[in-house]
Design a binder for this molecule. Sequence first.
Ligand code: RUQ
Ligand code: CUA
Length: 662
Amino acid sequence: MRARTILGSSLLAAGLAATIFAGCENKHEAKQDTQATGSLGASASIVELMKARGLSEADVEGALKTYVPSGKMDEYYIFASGGQSGNVDVIGVPSMRLLKVIGVFTPESWQGWGFGGDSDKVLEGGNQGTHKIRWADMHHPNLSETKGDYDGKFLFVNDKANARVAVVDLADFSTKQIVPNPLAASDHGGAFVTPDTDYVIETSQYPAPLGRDYAPLSQYKEKYRGVAIFWKFDRSKGRIDPAKSWAMELPPYTQDLADAGKVDSDGWAFINSFNTEMAIGGTLDGKPPIESGASQNDMDFLHVINWKKAEELVNAGKTKTIAGMRVLMMDVSGPEGVLSLVGEPKSPHGCDVTPDGKSVIVGGKLDTHTTIYDFAKMKTLIGEKKFEGKDPYGIPIMAFKEAISGQVEIGLGPLHTVFGDHGDAYTSVFIESVVAKWSYKDFKKPVEKLKVQYNIGHILAAEGDTVSPDGKYVVAMNKMSMDRFLPVGPLYPQNFQLIDITGDKMRKLSDMPLGNAEPHYSQMIKADKIKPVKVYKPGTNAITMEQDPLRAEGGKERIVRNGTKVEVFMTAIRSHFTPDQIEVDEGDDVTIHVTSLESAEDQTHGFTIDMYNINVSLEAGKNENISFKADMPGTYPMYCTEFCSALHLEMAGYFLVKPKRK
Ligand code: RUQ
Ligand code: CUA
């Protein structure tokens, strides 16, 4: 009975089953038997366990709400930006267990991503100019949507550092395409999808001449520009179609975050900006740094784009082609009412469209408010051409007071806002280190502030960017985790804190260290919407997801020599490769088609050739095409890198490179 009385009321109030604790009362007798396992043995009563481990009732509540026993599944997936790691972290909720790291922009060796196989071609597709880019500063993953709801089919991510967008197919959780932005030098407002995923929006961050041509900084105002690309997504092919994509020239105000309109505001897009002062620094010459130059004006600009109308103008040929891309220039988009501006309080950051599409919420880094823009009002102002002026580039400006429906005092440094299921909004407040809960329907001041550890930058909510958020969980994505985890040197893990938002009050449930980078955004989707394949069909090329015409087949393995070209058709099956001996001459061009003949889901092999930087993963049914030059004579083992069977270590062979005669 003790367990009940001590834990009783608050846990019950929190909706936890009393039976869990009632059941514990009987564990008394079992205790003696397992004394040997110490005070934390499974037999100890809950209260004793709590005492021994120093746990509070809130801790136990968090544990019970997040613990997913072995064999049970999580309820949601989080797709988190891997930040500087350049890859996507997949996390289960509520357990906050890391399920997978999807290789996207950065080579990932477990998946053999970027080590000689077909994935190399995807990575090559993301090169910029003459540079092979093999990392990314990934910011905002976005799931594909149908009618404004996550459909669980694709994931899009952007690379701020190198202005690229990637497409991940959730059929096999692997990256299929990287498209380099030909116009911008960096991006940030991406990769946001329109409600039916017609377009993936990518907006530049730091202005540069379109196409990245050289122009001295003294010509910043004349030659530097921002840009928004509307990448056309071809759902049937699962690819972005660059030829059908187009862009909009923007003023050289450092465009920041963006969001696509939905429901009422479908067909529109919103991008905020800072540094409308167009400060360019010059600290060595005694000029103020960009940070102070960029904070002079009281207002920056929210960019309001009617992309459906822009699309019509593009189709009518009213564009200029720059670096191979059709660009709608400002001298067309301004007068046509396709691009308009409206003031935003000091250095805004987040730009989030509410689930009903009626409002756009902007947080001001140097302001204590969030501003709620009223889409209907803005649409009327634009339709009636009621502007208070124009910017130096001829873009019409709406009057701030006439475009908003209100402002809410949030706290110090409001950034991003996500949504619950009944008009509740949750804003990350950086300086105060809190999640502020408020109402975007009646503009109620924060009804609650929850301390998080620490310096929350980003925030996400369950199904949060859809037209119908679930209202179940919010995750605070915090930087600086000083006293939360075992010390690991001066670079600290980030901290994801899972928050239950089902009750009147927010409740922090658990902490999850992220030890690989700073994630900038994530989305959480119901697990039952994701239906990945378990094995590949025989001979599948994982990039095309079709049977590879160059696959190897059982009984038809061979080595074909044609001058200095050597082509190997190799199969892999428990626990051998056929052929398992390959001998070539120094300087030969070698291609190995290696195909897994397995069909069971637990039969994964890998294939590496030592010292040649070659490593592919061979999930059941998969084919990989590996091409390289045998430029280093010698004797090199090749072997399977997955512990696939009792005779895994025997799954090996030799790759011999005979030196040229001197
Ligand atoms: S989001 S600066 Cu607030 Cu890309 Cu991280
Ligand atoms: Cu195949 Cu180890």
